[in-house]
Each structure stands twice: as structure tokens, then as C-alpha cells.
Design a binder for this molecule. Structure first.
Ligand SMILES: Cc1cc2nc3c(=O)[nH]c(=O)nc-3n(C[C@H](O)[C@H](O)[C@H](O)COP(=O)(O)OP(=O)(O)OC[C@H]3O[C@@H](n4cnc5c(N)ncnc54)[C@H](O)[C@@H]3O)c2cc1C
Length: 420
């Protein structure tokens, strides 16, 4: 490494100033950790909630309902008041060669920050059109929800007049709200799934008044653009009752998450191939000693308050690590069985309860009349009836009360979906 690069030292270095990172940072200070440094590549901390101008934030962590920007500001203020060294417009770009630490780039230039522990809380993003392999023209007017919200709320840019939303999960209704705010008519929402991927009360809870058709079992087969204006003029879809074209000037690709895992991969941290995030145990340790991960990076995606509660739980683990070192414990795999895409945490550390008492289970397919089962070998240690079935895009929360029934010598645990 270049000797001229400035080098500083901290106790805990946190990458990502969203709900998970900010809450972990604040809690570490509350637990008495002297030097907590948090890096955020954007000009402001707060993460995704900064551009989600609707209610639905803060319920389970701050115990007060609020909109996204208020929540983002509140978490940021609390972290700064707690004495966290918050550095915005600062991007962690790679790991230092020798000791635990990261190379960061900011307006001040390049610097190495060495740390006793590193927390990765870099969040998740929606797969853009290119990653979804949707054929057709490449016109303007195609967004993910995050891009749309930044354009509308943060940069005050005009979007189109008539939009189609691809996806029907929580975030898709958030996109509909943003479009309504921008004066854009939602022509249609569509999903490849046989049903809407969130709870029926969500649009009402978000305050969405606009009504639009929701097409299930339907996918986009092509995007058409106008060669002269360079703008979207419609999409081709297939689904009952057949193939057809919908006229629109804006297409929103929502949901379909991918963790922001580049830094984790560069750090040699073991990745869960199914979720795409770092594989963590129930105390949110990664495979690399001294490196921890929390929030949507490890479970793409959950709501912000649960990410914040991850951060809070992780702070206790990291504070213990600083005082007593890595320690040792038996770790068992938590495997995703039939009907399940992934389970987070994917490793069970004996004696360490899952963060805020639950595992996140992501269904692989839509199923009705089913139950969730946790097994170790042939022994069933938990059954949970899924009253509303299972559907990809809507996480199942599996309360971790079964952990005490696990035999440390009994081999991997498997979570699967069975017919009732
Ligand atoms: C449109 C939309 C609507 C939503 N609505 C709700 C809702 O109503 N209620 C709710 O509870 N949740 C909602 N969510 C989910 C919620 O916003 C997320 O669960 C939450 O923000 C995740 O927190 P996080 O800390 O894990 O990650 P994020 O909020 O994504 O924060 C990660 C941060 O890390 C930073 N970062 C990444 N890489 C680097 C790097 N290398 N260097 C420095 N910084 C880096 C990013 O800039 C970002 O600020 C919504 C999400 C979306 C997209």
C-alpha cells in the first residue's frame, strides 16, 4: 500500500448510514465504546427513508409512526448526539492490505481507517431493468422506485404522465404514492406472481387513494420507445387473457432486491448464494473475524425498523467482541428447504438468539394452505401455520422460540414449507 496515504484508527468502523448503521452506531456509543466512525457515501445520512415521503417508519424501533425523511433525520440526529463520528460523502472503496481496515475516499482524498471491528450495513437495491433482462428499446422513462423517488423528491425532476408499475409488493405501492405526488397516472400495476405480494391493508395504511388495475400472473416481454423523442411509448405484456400492449411513458421496476454486497465480497466474506448477502450467524458475525453485517444487506428486504433493531442487537455483540475477543461457540447451518429461497440468519450460533427474536424467511413461490416447519434431522421443532399463505416478496417472520430445542450436536436445521 502507498505509504503516503493518511491512516487513522477507530474502535468500530461502520459502512452505511441507513437505519441499521445509524442505530448500531448510536447503541455502541450508549454501551460505552469510545470511537465509533460511520461512513456514508451520500451527502446526508438516513439511507432509503430519506426519499420515502410516506408514513410507515419508526414503529418498532422508535415506537412512533413517522414518514421516511423525519425518521431518517431523527436517527441521524440521535447518532450525532450520541457522539458518533459521522462522515458523509465518504465512500468505503476497498479493504486495507494488512490489518482490519478500509480505504475510504472523500473530499479530503483517500485515507485508510483501521478498526478493531467493522460493521457492514450497506443495504440493498432494486434490480434495474438491465439486470432483469427485459428486451426491447432503451428509451428514457424507465426507473426503479429508488431512482424515481430521488428524481421526484430530492432533485425535483419531472417524470412522465402515464406509468406502469412492475411488481406488487410494499415498495411498489410506495412507488404509486410517489407517482401520485408527481401527478402521474398509474395505468396499471402488474406482477408475475398469482397474487399481490403484500398485505391488503398496505395501500390504505400508506394513504394511497388512487385506484388502478392490478394484473397478476403477468410479465413484461418488451419495452417500446419512440425513436424521435427517445421516450417510452408502451410495454408489451403477457398474461391472462394473452399478449397485448399497454401505452405508457414511464415504467417502474419495483422490488426484486439485490444486497449492496460488493464490499463484503471484496473482503472475502462468505456470501449466501440465495440471498446474495453475507452469510451471518444469529449474532450477526460474518465468516471473517471482526467483520459483522446487519440490515438489508443480510436480508433483502425487511422494513426499516427491523433493520434498526438488527443494528441495536449487533451493537451488543460488537461491544462484547471488543471486550472479550471473538470467543467460540458451535454453529449450525439453517438451511432453506422446499418452498423457501433463503433464511436469515443462515447460521445458528448456539447460545445466541436471533436478532430481535426472529428469523426472516423468504418464500420461493406462492403457496396457499401451507405451514412452515423447522426440523433438525427427522425431528420437528417448530410448526407455524401460514394463515395467509406464502408469496415471494413478503417475508415470513419466524419467532426464534424454537432455538432452545436445537441439539448442538444434531446437525443442520432446515426450514421448509409443507401442505397443511
Ligand atoms: C420505496 C421504498 C419504500 C419503503 N417503505 C418503507 C416503509 O414504509 N416502512 C419501512 O419500515 N420500510 C420501508 N422501506 C424499507 C426501508 O427503507 C429499508 O428497510 C431500510 O432503509 C434498510 O435500512 P439499511 O440500513 O439496511 O439500508 P439503507 O437504508 O439502504 O442504507 C444503506 C446506506 O449505506 C450507504 N452505502 C452503501 N455502500 C456504501 C459504501 N461503500 N460507502 C459508504 N456508504 C455506503 C448507502 O448510501 C445507504 O445510505 C421502503 C424501501 C423502499 C425502497
Amino acid at each position: 500500500m502507498n505509504d503516503s496515504i493518511r491512516s487513522t484508527q477507530t474502535d468500530v468502523l461502520i459502512v452505511g448510514g441507513g437505519p441499521a448503521g445509524l442505530t448500531a452506531a448510536r447503541e455502541l456509543r450508549r454501551l460505552g465504546v469510545a470511537r465509533v466512525t460511520l461512513l456514508e457515501r451520500e451527502a446526508e445520512t438516513g439511507g432509503i427513508p430519506r426519499h420515502c415521503f410516506h408514513p410507515g417508519y419508526g414503529l418498532r424501533d422508535l415506537r412512533r409512526p413517522m414518514n421516511g425523511p423525519t425518521y431518517a433525520r431523527r436517527l441521524s440526529d440521535l447518532a450525532i448526539a450520541a457522539g458518533v463520528d459521522v462522515r458523509t460523502e465518504t465512500t468505503a472503496t476497498r479493504w486495507s492490505d494488512s490489518e482490519l481496515g478500509l480505504l475510504v475516499t472523500s473530499r479530503l482524498g483517500v485515507e485508510t481507517i483501521r478498526a478493531t471491528a467493522v460493521i457492514l450495513a450497506t443495504g440493498a437495491r432494486e434490480r434495474p431493468r438491465s439486470a432483469r433482462l427485459v428486451p426491447g428499446d432503451r428509451p428514457d422513462g424507465v426507473y426503479t422506485t429508488g431512482e424515481l423517488q430521488q428524481a421526484v423528491y430530492l432533485h425535483k425532476q419531472p417524470v412522465g404522465k402515464r406509468a406502469v408499475i412492475v411488481g406488487a409488493e410494499l415498495v411498489s405501492f410506495s412507488a404509486a404514492l410517489t407517482l401520485a405526488h408527481a401527478g402521474v397516472e398509474v395505468v396499471s400495476m402488474l406482477t408475475e406472481q398469482p397474487r399481490v405480494q403484500t398485505f391488503p391493508t398496505v395501500p390504505i395504511a400508506l394513504g394511497l387513494r388512487q385506484r388502478f388495475p392490478i394484473l397478476t400472473d403477468t410479465s413484461v416481454t418488451r419495452i417500446n420507445g419512440d425513436r424521435t423523442t427517445g421516450r417510452v411509448i408502451g410495454i408489451e405484456i403477457t398474461g391472462p387473457p394473452g399478449s397485448r400492449t399497454i401505452g405508457c411513458d414511464t415504467v417502474l421496476f419495483t422490488g426484486d432486491w439485490i444486497p449492496d454486497h460488493e464490499l463484503a465480497r471484496l473482503g472475502g466474506v462468505r456470501i449466501d448464494p440465495a440471498s446474495g448477502g453475507p452469510l451471518v450467524d444469529t449474532s450477526l458475525r460474518t465468516s471473517r473475524p471482526g467483520v459483522f453485517a446487519a440490515g438489508n444487506l443480510v436480508h433483502p428486504v425487511e422494513t426499516a425498523d427491523l433493520c434498526a433493531l438488527d443494528g441495536k442487537a449487533l451493537a451488543a455483540t460488537v461491544a462484547d467482541f471488543l471486550d472479550h475477543g471473538p470467543g467460540s461457540a458451535d454453529v449450525l447451518e439453517v438451511q432453506a428447504g422446499d418452498g423457501i429461497a433463503w433464511v436469515s440468519p443462515g447460521l445458528l450460533r448456539i447460545g445466541a438468539p436471533a436478532p430481535h427474536g426472529r428469523f426472516t424467511v423468504w418464500p420461493a413461490q406462492a403457496l396457499a394452505g401451507v405451514r412452515l416447519e423447522v426440523r433438525q434431522g427427522t425431528r420437528v421443532i417448530k410448526r407455524k401455520r401460514l394463515l395467509d399463505g406464502a408469496v415471494p416478496g413478503r417475508p415470513i417472520h419466524l419467532v426464534s422460540d424454537w432455538q432452545s430445542g436445537v441439539d448442538p450436536a444434531g446437525g443442520p436445521v432446515c426450514v421448509w414449507i409443507r401442505g397443511n
